[in-house]
Ligand binder design. Structure first.
Ligand code: FAD
Length: 332
């Protein structure tokens, strides 16, 4: 038990960056925090797939830091050695032509893998993994939870935070108040992701590329990121609109179409070992506001990227702001 606080009890569902950040802030303020996560490890969509002799970031590819608050957080990750700058040779494919990217943005990645910042945060938190929360109830001012794996869980909580993609959050809030979804709905799009692992280094004239006008929107050589070892692996993302339209496609067929497109773009994966992953909820709103949501009457909070611009930085900021709002309204 890492959390010796005796303040109000908070359950947080989701150990992605938002849930972990919210938990970290609230724990530091004296709340007794318990995080529940359906996967076997932390970090959510800031994720890495590991195979025999290879790894590939198959969710978030990099992140940027523009807000001073997130820059401070990033500095702690850099100091802890769980994030670093990434300087890819970046190209753009547009109107059937390749060009060098003109972007001067500073990009960062987790090291040695994209899930490292999440693992770093989770180390100091009570996170219970492999718990898919499928039911929540609010009675006499207390929250109780049930998971697919264990049924009704022990413990009652003063406050509940849902740090999960919007469709998953509203599936839960609908169990207590259907008007919450009606007022806050945000659509999220899926993403088909192919990982290609090669025995030999590929002579491709870039490390990563933004692709326009094709079913693929992004290609990246994982080994161009700092501290990536093992066989050369490439991550290929299909674009959000195509992915969403074909989200129910058979995995082999999705992989075939994405690899045909990659070949046309110069990455021939014929001799590569292929894995594919379907992200059902990859990207959400790119709108910056409202940042987070609090329903004071039932002591419920929502946070995550979909409430704050749809990216890694937004997920962190959303959680940070929700934690401040909860602290401001609660007497410790
Ligand atoms: P998540 O990371 O989704 O965390 C939610 C967590 O809740 C997950 O761990 C999930 O398993 C868990 N969960 C869900 N339901 C339940 C339940 N019922 N019970 C228990 N646990 C549950 N962002 C960038 O900044 N740059 C990029 O290059 C970039 N590329 C991306 C590419 C892809 C393919 C994807 C999928 C995302 C990308 N993103 C990128 C977006 C970025 O990954 C997210 O904005 C950020 O990681 C979201 O964090 P979060 O904590 O809000 O949500």
């Amino acid at each position: 038990m890492l959390n010796h606080n005796t303040g109000p009890t908070i359950a947080i569902i989701g150990a992605g960056l938002a849930g972990l950040s919210c938990a970290t802030q609230l724990q530091a303020k004296g709340f007794k925090v318990q995080v529940f996560e359906k996967s076997r490890g932390p970090s959510g969509r800031m994720s890495t797939r590991n195979g025999e002799g290879w790894s590939a970031d198959h969710g978030a590819q990099y992140f940027m830091a523009r807000d001073p608050l997130f820059m401070d957080e990033l500095n702690t990750w850099l100091t802890a050695g769980v994030a670093a700058k990434w300087h890819p040779h970046l190209k753009v494919y547009e109107d059937g032509q390749w060009r060098e990217s003109a972007s001067n943005d500073q990009r960062y990645v987790g090291i040695p893998s994209m899930n490292s910042p999440g693992k770093y945060l989770a180390k100091n938190l009570d996170v219970i993994y492999s718990q898919t929360i499928h039911s929540i109830a609010h009675k006499n001012g207390k929250w109780t939870l049930s998971s697919l794996e264990n049924g009704k869980l022990e413990g009652q909580f003063d406050f509940l935070v849902l740090a999960i993609p919007s469709p998953q959050a509203f599936a839960l809030t609908n169990l207590v108040d259907q008007s919450i979804e009606a007022k806050n709905q945000v659509d999220m799009l899926g993403c088909w992701t192919v990982m290609a692992v090669f025995n030999e280094k590929q002579s491709i004239p870039f490390d990563a590329a933004f692709i326009n006008g094709e079913i693929i929107s992004w290609i990246s050589r994982n080994n161009s990121k700092p501290q990536r070892e093992g066989q050369e692996s490439w991550t290929i993302h299909a674009n959000p609109q195509w992915s969403q339209e074909w989200i129910e496609l058979d995995k082999d067929e999705a992989s075939k179409q994405i690899l045909e497109c990659a070949k046309r773009l110069g990455l021939d994966c014929q001799h590569a070992a292929i894995s594919i992953h379907r992200w059902r909820y990859a990207s959400g709103s790119t709108v910056a506001n409202p940042g987070f949501k609090v329903f004071e009457d039932i002591q419920l909070g929502l946070c995550g990227d979909w409430l704050h611009g749809g990216r890694v930085e937004g997920a962190w900021l959303s959680a940070y702001r929700l934690a401040n709002a909860i602290t401001a309204q609660t007497t410790l």
